[in-house]
Write a protein of this length. Structure first.
Length: 276
């Protein structure tokens, strides 16, 4: 099972994950999706440090909770999390974006590494997660399913088809986390495809909706647990900052997918406490 962590250690783990992300991106000598990976770090540390049930030494454990990264471009943060929590080793993270590596810019399903699904094109992860949650219900399994979406990804119609399905089948073992960093590849989310209220949209589909600070471990840990007394799926609107933790990346569109230079790598690492 996972090791329980207090709020202080979750903060330390978040910093460590950000450091690993910087090292991976810099060492690859290629551009990487830093912005959307950095915005979801506290969500991942809360999940893997406090919420998910899993066994690092048995990643195929049949009763494990499932985490599906639907916003696949955030995989840099996901790989770093899997490394910090012991699912993958240095050999794997050192191969990031190298020829013949499995660890490319979007996840490739490999249960031995703790990666539940392949994702590239946006909008597919919730349908997969809803199907897995439905399967758990039919098999009388008690595990939960977590799916992380981007707020820009919610432009995809397939998200709302899956949302209808999940409500119709009362999948209260399904939790969606929307990483609302308010930006996407082509600009601010409100300018690309605006809607009045993302909270109201999910409420309209019958979901239990919580809107929280996506960088606050306490709020995240309190809200990520499914409420089985409510016969409906849950969605967490996690309000985040794109590029969180690195001042010159925060809210800057060019760091959706950018390349670290010697200078920017050193500056970013210094903000996290310096070179290890």
């Amino acid at each position: 099972m996972k090791q329980k962590n207090d709020q202080h250690s979750l903060k330390d783990l978040s910093k460590e994950i950000r450091k690993v992300m910087l090292k991976m991106g810099y060492a690859s000598e290629k551009a990487a999706h830093f912005g959307g990976g950095l915005s979801m770090v506290e969500i991942l540390t809360s999940l893997y440090g406090e919420v998910l049930n899993y066994k690092v030494d048995n990643p195929r454990w049949v009763d494990r909770d499932r985490f599906i990264l639907s916003k696949g471009h955030g995989v840099l943060g996901f790989y770093a999390t899997l490394y910090v929590f012991g699912f993958i080793g240095k050999k794997e993270i050192d191969s990031f974006q190298q020829n013949e590596s499995e660890f490319i810019s979007h996840p490739i399903m490999n249960l031995d590494y703790g990666i539940e699904s392949s994702n590239g094109s946006l909008g597919h992860g919730l349908a997969l997660g809803a199907g897995v949650a439905m399967s758990a219900k039919l098999k009388n399994k008690n595990f939960n399913v977590y799916v992380m979406l981007g707020d820009g990804e919610c432009n995809e119609g397939s998200i709302w088809e899956a949302a209808m399905f999940a409500y119709h089948h009362r999948l209260n073992n399904l939790v969606v986390i929307v990483d609302r960093n308010s930006m996407q590849n082509d600009g601010e989310s409100k300018d690309v495809m605006g809607y009045f209220s993302i909270e109201d949209a999910w409420k309209g589909f019958g979901w239990d909706v919580r809107s929280i600070d996506g960088h606050n471990h306490k709020e995240l840990c309190e809200n990520l647990i499914p409420d089985k007394s409510i016969n409906t799926p849950k969605v967490i609107i996690a309000n985040t900052i794109k590029g969180k933790g690195i001042s010159f990346m925060e809210g800057v569109p060019s760091w959706h997918h950018g390349k670290l230079t010697d200078r920017t790598f050193k500056e970013a690492f210094q903000e996290l406490g310096g070179i290890d």
